[in-house]
Design a binder for this molecule. Structure first.
Ligand code: 13P
Length: 301
């Protein structure tokens, strides 16, 4: 029996109300302890890298991550995903996104994300559609984003409570439905109170505010989107909100800051300590934050 594809696994997770976490790898040595922690806890996860992690951190390149993944991967517990390739990046630069994403698919990425969320709606649809077309020949699922999941940009964050209570930047359910139909995207990343941990120099050590999620709003999106939904900014979200989100359409959650910061603290002491810290942080995320111990058997069995 061949191993199930990422598309099949995420669809199954969505139907079962299980979440597939995707772990960011901004430093190459993080990859091995992440895979080891998944295997040791019987948990399924995606290993992912975002474009900005090759530019602002030490992931080097999509190809280097794919090579490193090739050394440690375990098809019973892992798949390789390409996180944020923005059309316009967090500093306002235009990115050659179709070429970069196509290059990654050639290098073996098994699912990809195009982030057109900084574009007006029509342009986001068009850009996402282009990537969906390019992905067809690789039979690779595509994640798009609609709504403003802020945090990667330089400059101070607006006050969180104001952001949450106003719902400013939240994904509009009607737009979500139209976006999925017209772009044919496989998975949709949504904004419902979640935000990314900071990556700007000088702020990347900051502890994240414990975000909340507007579950009623999520339910409205989930009722009409028709595809698995994705939650970015998965570090440090209040646990009760997470549990409800997984029951209401969130089938993939991205986790970066919660494993990156321990790695950075540990590796400042020694390479070995860096690895130990990631491994311990992974077990904490798997068992305590997300409650995803033992999901590999349920999703691949
Ligand atoms: P956090 O760093 O806030 O966990 O977000 C990660 C993420 O969403 C990467 O796309």
């Amino acid at each position: 029996m061949p191993y199930p594809s990422t598309r099949e696994i995420v669809n199954k997770a969505w139907k079962m109300g299980i979440v597939v976490p995707a772990y960011n790898v901004p430093y190459l040595p993080m990859l091995e302890p992440i895979v080891r922690a998944l295997r040791d806890s019987g948990s399924f996860g995606l290993i992912q890298v975002a474009r900005l992690e090759t530019v602002k951190f030490k992931a080097e390149s999509f190809t280097r991550i794919a090579e490193e993944y090739g050394k440690f991967k375990d098809p019973n517990f892992t798949r390789l995903h390409l996180d944020h390739v923005p059309v316009i990046d967090e500093d306002g630069l235009s990115i050659d996104y179709v070429e970069e994403i196509t290059g990654a698919m050639k290098a073996g990425y098994e699912s990809v994300m195009v982030d057109g969320s900084r574009l007006p709606f029509e342009e986001n649809v068009a850009a996402t559609r282009k990537v969906v077309e390019a992905a067809k020949r690789f039979n690779v699922p595509v994640e798009g984003e609609l709504g403003a999941v802020i945090g990667h940009e330089a400059g101070p964050m607006p006050p969180y409570e104001e952001l949450f209570s106003s719902g400013k930047g939240f994904t509009d359910p009607r737009e979500a439905s139209e976006f999925v139909k017209r772009s044919n995207v496989d998975w949709l990343s949504v904004a419902i109170g979640n935000f990314h941990g900071a990556v700007a120099p000088g702020r990347r050590d900051d502890k994240k505010i414990a975000a909340r999620l507007n579950i009623e709003h999520l339910k409205k999106i989930n009722a009409v989107a028709g595809v698995p939904l994705v939650l970015h900014g998965g570090s440090g979200i209040q646990k009760e909100c997470l549990r409800e989100a997984f029951k209401n359409g969130i089938a993939k959650i991205n986790v970066g800051t919660n494993i990156r910061q321990p790695y950075e603290r540990g590796s400042a002491e020694s390479a070995e300590k860096g690895g130990e810290m990631v491994y311990a942080a992974m077990l904490d995320v798997i068992k305590n934050e997300l409650g995803v111990e033992g999901t590999a058997g349920k999703l691949l069995g």
